[in-house]
Design a protein around this ligand. Sequence first.
Ligand SMILES: Nc1ncnc2c1ncn2[C@@H]1O[C@H](COP(=O)(O)OP(=O)(O)OP(=O)(O)O)[C@@H](O)[C@H]1O
Length: 346
Amino acid sequence: MTTTTKKAAPEAGEAEVRVRDLRVHYRINGTEYPAVANASLDLRRGEITGLVGESGSGKSTLALSLMNAVPEPGRIADGAIHVDGIGDVTTLSAKAMREVRGSALGYVFQASQNSMNPLKTIGKQILDLGRSHGVKDLPALLSRAKQLAERMGLDGNRVLDSYQHELSGGMRQRLGIVFALVLNAKVLILDEPTTALDVLSQSAVLKIIRQVHDENNLSTLIVTHDMGVVSELADNLAVMYGGRIVEHGPTLDLLRNPTHPYTKALIGATARIVGDPAAARALPGRPPDLTTIPRTGCVFRDRCVFKTDICAEDEPQLAEHSAGHRRACHADAAVVGPTTSKGDAS
Ligand SMILES: Nc1ncnc2c1ncn2[C@@H]1O[C@H](COP(=O)(O)OP(=O)(O)OP(=O)(O)O)[C@@H](O)[C@H]1O
């Protein structure tokens, strides 16, 4: 007789989500182009990971893949995404995926503040969410939603009785986070969670995200093009360019010792990190779009001040540079960092 033992949930620091060799394609005019290529990333229990990079680098596509929710004309072409207790989400049926979305995997998509149901109050939408996931104690669910809304600085009773059009963009963005957390998801994915907020509300909401993350020992991924936003919040940062993760490591280590020229340039362009807006330097050039991402060699080489001949021929692979710090670059790490000159983070 065989006995099955339920696998224990991961301890703090263990990987709850493991993305391996992920490739995601979009089809444009009959041709498939990779928006994410060879991406491998762990989301660890108790840690906030910031996924940063300029617009178009593939961040949202990677985040959507974690929910197996890449829209047409996109598809996950290769790789695996293991979520603890669920399995490889790339192989789950649509029905199984619907069950885990929201309950195990909480998500706030970009612009989700515009995607609430305009015909139902927020409270009714919370009840619908609960029913669709088989929640028995609906009053308890509403009370948790109210508490979370209050944590987000909102008037709980008022927002639950409101329709979307009665709420500001900032209020809706906070409510998006409430929806993501109300079913006790263990993995939280936030795509640009604070873009509709002014700077003060932004930092208040980020603080609350950190508290709720800590209290519930979550594995959290925050996607943003604004390195300043996540540098104060995330435990580790993954930097994307041209669909690749080009550097990944503990936040402080990465900010002090960037080992990829793109990370270094991003840091130098972020006034909040540099400290002096006048010293922040915009990145020269523009990122590639899907059709112009180089198919061979390093995707960043056209904008790289450290490029050599090999960069046109051979794509650098993400490899360990120091404990927990990975980079994909042919240039010597010591030549790229640390950031000390004017305009760099120091
Ligand atoms: N539905 C789609 N059809 C075709 N191409 C797409 C689609 N969605 C995204 N892309 C392309 O895929 C690439 C990656 O886009 P993605 O939105 O993942 O990047 P991002 O880093 O999240 O950027 P942003 O911060 O602007 O959302 C971009 O070149 C984008 O134009």
